[in-house]
Ligand binder design. Structure first.
Ligand code: SAM
Length: 245
């Protein structure tokens, strides 16, 4: 397969994304540490602190593109194991790894796993106190649909939080980051999984994703309010937050 830099249609894009994550599910957690030099852990911790989840068994959060559970597990712990999280992902292999990790941590009672598409959520309107998505939205072919679905399933007063790779605003860091992404990441990918092409695709998807300001405008266009963002590590990642009012 070629995951080159040509234009692809939406169905094709989702197909590539699915291949990538089916292929890496078992090694996904270690790849995350390698590719982000462990920084994804601090970014995820910061996201969950910003959410400040309700410490009650009535608190319901939906973690979309939840993969192997990193965000949902943190939210449950932060809620003193009271909140309930639904981990939704389009990819059964990622969810399966998440289920096994949840069992090891004895978090199953606080979790529900759902295999579905972020563009078409199988939930009623106004169902959740919070919607989170970390390093997921850039993989979704129709981001506007996913954002509208987020707004729909949130209750009024509910919180939207999105962590994603973003635009680096420090020139020196940008140079290092470019070398890292275009050279090192595909090589690590090949060393660990035997194939560098999916990693080239992932790096490219990061570069194609809208910058902080443009993404904020997309969130507003989906009828979410008071959009703000915070850069992490000079903009390598950014956390966007908003409310359903
Ligand atoms: N949130 C996790 C984390 O931060 O570690 C996983 C992020 S992983 C980079 C991206 C996830 O998005 C994958 O598990 C993939 O299956 C999922 N994904 C891709 N397209 C999706 C879609 N249309 N709907 C739901 N999940 C999707």
């Amino acid at each position: 397969t070629s995951y080159g830099f040509r234009q692809v249609d939406e169905g094709e894009k989702q197909g590539m994304v699915n291949d990538v994550f089916h292929g890496v599910a078992r090694r996904y957690d270690i790849m995350n540490d390698v590719m982000s030099l462990g920084m994804h852990r601090a970014w995820k911790d910061a996201m969950v602190s910003a959410l400040n989840p309700g410490k009650s068994s009535a608190y319901r959060v939906l973690d979309v593109a939840g993969g192997t559970g990193d965000i949902a597990f943190r939210i449950i712990e932060e809620s003193r194991r009271l909140a309930h999280a639904t981990i939704l992902d389009i990819n059964g292999s990622m969810l399966e790894v998440g289920r096994q990790r949840a069992q090891k941590r004895r978090l199953e009672d606080n979790l529900t796993f759902v295999e579905a598409n972020a563009e078409d959520l199988p939930f009623d309107d106004d169902s959740f106190d919070a919607y989170t998505i970390a390093f997921g939205i850039r993989n979704v072919p129709r981001i506007d649909l996913a954002l509208r679905e987020a707004a729909r399933v949130l209750r009024r007063g509910g919180r939207f939080l999105c962590l994603e790779f973003s635009d680096v605003d420090l020139p020196l860091l940008e140079k290092i980051y470019d070398a890292w992404s275009f050279k090192a990441i595909p090589q690590f990918g090949r060393a660990i999984t035997g194939d560098s092409e999916p990693y080239r695709y992932l790096v490219e998807s990061i570069r194609k994703f809208p910058n902080q300001q443009d993404f904020a405008a997309m969130i507003e266009a989906a009828d979410l309010s008071r959009v703000k963002w915070t850069n992490y590590t000079g903009g390598v990642a950014a956390l966007h937050s908003a409310w359903k009012l």
